[in-house]
Structures are given as C-alpha cells and as structure tokens.
Design a protein around this ligand. Sequence first.
Ligand SMILES: [Zn+2]
Length: 364
Amino acid sequence: MIRTTLFPGRYIQGAGALGRLGEELARRGKRHLVVASPHPLEHLLPTVAPQLDQAGTVHLERFGRECTDAEIERLLAVAREFGAETVTAVGGGKTLDTAKAVAVRAGIPVAVVPTLASTDAPCSCICVVYTPDGVFERADILPRNPDLVLVDTAVIAKAPARFLVSGMGDALATWFEADSCRVSRAPNIAGDAGSMTAHALARLCYETVRDWGLLARSACEARVVTPALERVVEANTLLSGLGFESGGLGAAHSIHNGLTVLPGVHGLWHGEKVAFGVLASLFLTDRPAALIDEVYALCAALGLPTTFAALGIDGVSEADLARVGEKACAPEESIHNEPVEVSPALVAASLAAADAEGRRRARA
Ligand SMILES: [Zn+2]
C-alpha cells in the first residue's frame, strides 16, 4: 500500500507575522505580485509596505471578488506582463484559491496570507472555481501546495468570532472523516492511503478544538491573541488542512453538500453546515454515546447548529430530507469512504436523529 502526505512548503503563524512577509518573499524572488481583497488592500497592506518594498518590486492588484476562470486568466496576464517571480494572496478563501491557480500556471511560487481562520483551505492544493454568478463549478486539484502559508493571529483576532467558530466546525470534521478513511482504507486527496502522520495530526486537530475552542472564541470576542487562540487558529488552518487533505474526507462533507439543496441553509457558512454534518455522521457511523455527548456539548457551547431550527430548516419535510440524502450519496461523494452501509434513507434518518437529539438537549 502506498501512503502519500501533502504539505505546504512553510507555515508561519503568530501575532505580527505579517511583518515577516517581505523577508519571506525576498527569499523567493525580486518581483512580487500581491493580490488582495479590498479590505486588506486598504487597511492591512499599507502597514507592511516598508517591509514589502525591501523585498523588491511589488505590484499590488485588487482581487475581483470571485474565483472564476476569467479572474485566473486576468491575474495570469497581469503576472506575465509584470514579470512576477512570486505571487501572494491576502484575504479570504477565494482570493487564496485564485492565487494558487495563477502560480501553478505561471510556474512561480505562491504565498497565501489568510485574514480569517474560517476554513481549512489555505494549506491545501485544492482550488474551488465558481461561475461569474458565484455558483460552484468545480474543485481543481493543483499539482502542488502553497509554498508559504503565513497567518497573522492579530489579524484573525480582529475578525468577527463567527469566522473562527465556523473554522472550528470545519476542523471538527477532520478527525471523524480521516478516521473513517483509515478504517475503510479509503483514498485521500492524492488518491493514496493516509499516513500515520496525517491521522495523528487529525486527532490533535479534534482534541485542540475540543479543549481550547471556547477559550479561543472568548479571546476572539475580546479581539486579543492568547495561547488558546493561537492553538485553535493552528488547528483550523494547519492541522485541519493537513488532516483532511492527507487523511481523506467522509460523511460530514457529503452531508454538507447534501444540505445545500435546501435554500434555508444558504445563510450559514461552510463550517457551520459541516458541523451539523458531523452530528448526523455520528449516528450514521454508530459512534459511542459518550463521544456523541462530547461533540454535542462542544457544538452547543461554541454556538454551532445542533438543530434544524438553528440550520434555518425548521419543519423540513421528509421529502426534502430525502433529497438531501440523494445528493449526499451521489457517486462522487466522499460519504462512500465511510466503513458502514450508506444510503439516502440512512442519511435522512441520521439527520432527523441529529435534530431530535439537539432539541432534546436544548430542553434538558
Ligand atoms: Zn471543509
């Protein structure tokens, strides 16, 4: 059996880490294209302009809102025209994904600087491409992971806590899905089995969110960096990224994808829907009662949805749950990595059980 583990080239995290960007870019070239979302472009990059200038010639470019083929082509043309030797993305997931794709096509290194800890995408080699209207088109698996991931926790701490909590919802799924892949010998993103390294990191990801999640949320609400916040940002970004990519995905993300057929959930964020996918997967995969109790208590305390009402689908019909089950069990879905029997009916039943348990606990 061949096991493959995927890593970003270098991961740097801490309060004020953005001040290191210039030094890191200087190691990789002299002409740097920096693509940023509007807010960091106006408020964040000016604070590190002197360090960036020392790294060589910098071309700043505003990100065009959506990771589309057209935006990738536009930025690729900018990179070629400018003679970029590196490309850096500063902003949310779509900005980072676009830069990853541009760098691969231009054959130059990419640095990603997430300004939120809301998903585990920054360290990965996956680029999610949308249509110009913002509809999911496809997920490309790029031939390499980012060369540098730089996370300034002082920036993360200033963002609304809901982003951090959503990232914890995404991170919560990592161990459950990687563990299922380990048991069923299902493939990871590289198409190979996951390594013991990936599984151990996925476990550490779960334990970190479980043990430090609430304290990290409190720190973020106070807009300050504490050791707990540092741990959880690392879990959301690095551990979860390595864990899902090299450990493999399972039911939670497929149930998330299934839930997207219901318009009611559209106000929720990726990690919030994934967290409910985890709850349903606990019933689907017959996890021990003590573990179910632990995960529910954590989600409730963090403010992640534990009922249909919190998901925005109160009173959802059996027919709609059946549609969610159908979508979650589509042939390409990772739910088939689970070491148990899966079917649309079992997914619908697990969702109903997860909601009922959430409501019972809320009443207790
Ligand atoms: Zn995810």
